[in-house]
Design a protein around this ligand. Structure first.
Ligand code: SF4
Length: 453
């Protein structure tokens, strides 16, 4: 029996929001001192030219969505807000003390958890506290993730007044059966309301996140969700595959059974149907799983070959240093990664002791830096090439690994270059895996990754 490409290439694999991927970080070689030296170097290279970026993780949510893979704390107790904001500001203060000059902020992204769990006053206190120790870059970009059920007009207005121009709303799927299974009841009119408000206030980029492969999701559900989405015309969309990894995420992903999930060809059809509809509606495919209108900065970054990918997904601008503040946040200095503790209690404790709450990280060696660039090229531009700078001695072995993929016409190979074909785009993660020497040298002992297709 002939197997389809989807069946052939649907294996567990990383999403490549970093290289090396987190399970392959060499923690024994990582120390606080090395991290401090690394971000100071990156700061000096980045600050005056492009500024720096901040990712701020706001972990609280009022209720648990069972598809969620984020680090969050479920509570209805809003008295947690102030302590947490003060801790984030303390962390920022510790960083600022270690920086040789006043930071220039190019980007702030508030992620979660649910940033709109926090009151307007507390969010304002947070942003003003951050900016009191920094200057804003001329072309700064501030963005946040809003929950359609609890984002108020006042949230949107206040954050706009503070300089935010981009907001993304988690939609997932509009079908009631799917929403019940993922424990996220969120009627269309809630999404329509916040999208309309954001447009009215003047946000220049409104995003919706849609997921395919959710429990009980059918083709009809995807068609209906995309039709409703199109009626609101967000500027950009993330349309990504549900990552089912309950063995890692624990109870958060146990609200349904494996057999409730669409699989293989059926799941791929959900994506292909959605993608065709999006392109008919004027959305351009950006990197993996993202779509944008031609007027959105993500599309412009793609055409200018300036698209970047980091822990938050795709970004239209790149600074060399991204500092992650808040519990579980990951910082990136290009030369190294550092992750904060995932425990809120330990986060508070370390800050109390005037220590950065970083608990693990990875210093990239020369080989890592070359491969990181190739993986970014593939995920952002669907091609990569090697000159002296980007050649490494494993290239022949990489090409050997890619032979089967080439035979299946998912890539074309030229002298110093590979290009991913249109048919190969759904298999980008598999193609990146050919370059991933950490993965090749040592397969994970347990299954750490979601399926690639
Ligand atoms: S999906 Fe968002 S709102 Fe739901 S539990 Fe996860 S972080 Fe919280």
């Amino acid at each position: 029996m002939k197997i389809s490409l989807t069946q052939k290439y649907n294996v567990p694999g990383p999403r490549y929001t970093s290289y090396p991927t987190v399970p392959y970080w060499n923690e024994s070689d990582f120390t606080d001192q090395k991290w401090i030296a690394s971000f100071q170097k990156a700061f000096l290279e980045s600050n005056s030219q492009n500024g720096i970026s901040l990712y701020i993780h706001l972990p609280f949510c009022e209720s648990m969505c069972t598809f969620c893979g984020c680090n969050k704390r479920i509570t209805k107790n809003h008295s947690v807000e102030e302590t947490y904001i003060n801790a984030v500001l303390k962390e920022w203060d510790l960083y600022c003390q270690l920086l040789p000059e006043k930071p220039i902020i190019k980007e702030i992204h508030l992620g979660g958890g649910t940033p709109t769990f926090f009151s307007i006053q507390n969010l304002e206190f947070l942003i003003n506290g951050i900016l009191s120790k920094a200057n804003k870059a001329d072309n700064y970009e501030f963005s946040f993730e809003g929950h359609p059920n609890n984002t108020t007009y006042e949230h949107l207005k206040k954050l706009y007044d503070l300089g935010f121009r981009r907001v993304s709303f988690g939609v997932q799927d509009y079908a009631e059966k799917v929403q019940k299974a993922i424990h996220r009841i969120q009627p269309f009119h809630n999404v329509a309301k916040v999208t309309f408000w954001a447009k009215e206030i003047g946000y220049t980029s409104i995003g919706h996140d849609i997921i395919f492969g959710l429990p009980f999701q059918t083709i009809e559900n995807v068609i209906d969700t995309i039709e409703k989405t199109n009626s609101l015309k967000p500027d950009r969309l993330a349309f990504y595959s549900y990552a089912h990894v309950p063995w890692i995420k624990g109870n958060g992903q146990r609200g349904f059974n494996d057999e409730n999930l669409p699989k293989d060809a059926e799941k791929r059809k959900l994506y292909e149907t959605g993608k065709q509809m999006l392109s008919k509606n004027g959305y351009h495919e950006i990197g993996m799983d993202h779509f944008a209108l031609a007027s959105d900065s993500l599309y412009k970054a793609t055409t200018n070959k300036e698209l970047h990918r980091n822990f938050m997904g795709y970004s239209a601008s790149k600074t060399q240093l991204m500092i992650g503040l808040g519990v579980s946040s990951i910082s990136d200095s290009w030369y190294s990664f550092a992750q904060n503790t995932k425990s809120i209690e330990e986060y508070y404790q370390l800050l109390e002791e005037n220590k950065l709450p970083v608990v693990k990280g990875h210093i990239l060696n020369d080989e890592d830096l070359i491969i990181r660039k190739h993986i970014l090229n593939l995920t952002c531009e669907f091609e990569t090439s090697w000159n002296n700078e980007l050649y490494f001695k494993e290239i022949p072995a990489v090409l050997e690994h890619l032979k089967e993929i080439e035979k299946d016409q998912l890539i074309t190979v030229e002298e110093n270059k590979i290009k991913i074909t249109a048919a190969g785009r759904p298999f980008v993660r598999n193609i990146c895996m050919a370059f991933d020497l950490h993965l090749k040298r040592k397969s994970p002992e347990t299954n750490l990754f979601s399926m690639t297709v």
